[in-house]
Write a protein that binds this ligand. Structure first.
Ligand SMILES: CC[C@H](C(=O)O)C(=O)SCCNC(=O)CCNC(=O)[C@H](O)C(C)(C)COP(=O)(O)OP(=O)(O)OC[C@H]1O[C@@H](n2cnc3c(N)ncnc32)[C@H](O)[C@@H]1OP(=O)(O)O
Ligand SMILES: [Co+2]
Length: 134
């Protein structure tokens, strides 16, 4: 079912400062900020030779990462995104196996313009899992 690692995401309180750290201290190539109002976050991506790092900060009221940042005020590892060939088939198989698919269970369009879903961290070793159909 899961394929390549698409990205590892780090939630941060200040996206500009975090992007500067990655750009100036770690010499990374950092994309321009991408507001995702449907997801309540603004993101940047750091392209690495073998995968990507997503930095995300809350956008607007009711951001899904606000509570995470209350518990992790300096920021922290937020989720891991795996690629799947067929997100509906993956969702149906996972739900049939008892996994909790977050939201209304229907894929939304993610930062890469592809369908994404999230799986509850308590069902996957304490890690929030994102699936992206590629
Ligand atoms: C899609 C656009 C972009 C992209 O890549 O394309 C993105 O990735 S956007 C990413 C932001 N969107 C989301 O994260 C959507 C999915 N997230 C959620 O639905 C919630 O954040 C949820 C359900 C994971 C957590 O909800 P909440 O923050 O309200 O906290 P809870 O008290 O309900 O948490 C329950 C339980 O889970 C633990 N928890 C929360 N967040 C995480 C996490 N990121 N990793 C691991 N564990 C997490 C939390 O500590 C609670 O545990 P407990 O032991 O009960 O205290
Ligand atoms: Co993501």
């Amino acid at each position: 079912m899961i394929g390549r690692l698409n990205h590892v995401a780090i939630a941060v309180p200040d996206l500009e400062a975090a992007a500067k750290t990655y750009r100036d201290t770690l010499g990374a190539h950092v994309s321009q900020p991408q507001p995702l109002p449907d997801h309540g976050v603004t993101v940047v991506f750091i392209e690495l030779p073998n995968t990507k790092v997503e930095l995300l900060e809350p956008l607007g009221e009711g951001s899904p990462i606000a509570k995470f940042l209350e518990s992790n005020p300096a920021g922290g590892m937020h989720h891991i995104c795996y690629e799947v060939d067929d997100i509906i088939a993956a969702r149906n198989a996972l739900a049939a196996g008892g996994a909790r698919v977050l939201g209304d269970g229907e894929p939304k369009t993610g930062a890469h313009g592809k369908p994404v879903l999230f799986l509850h961290p308590k069902d996957f070793c304490g890690a929030l899992v994102e699936l992206e159909e590629v």
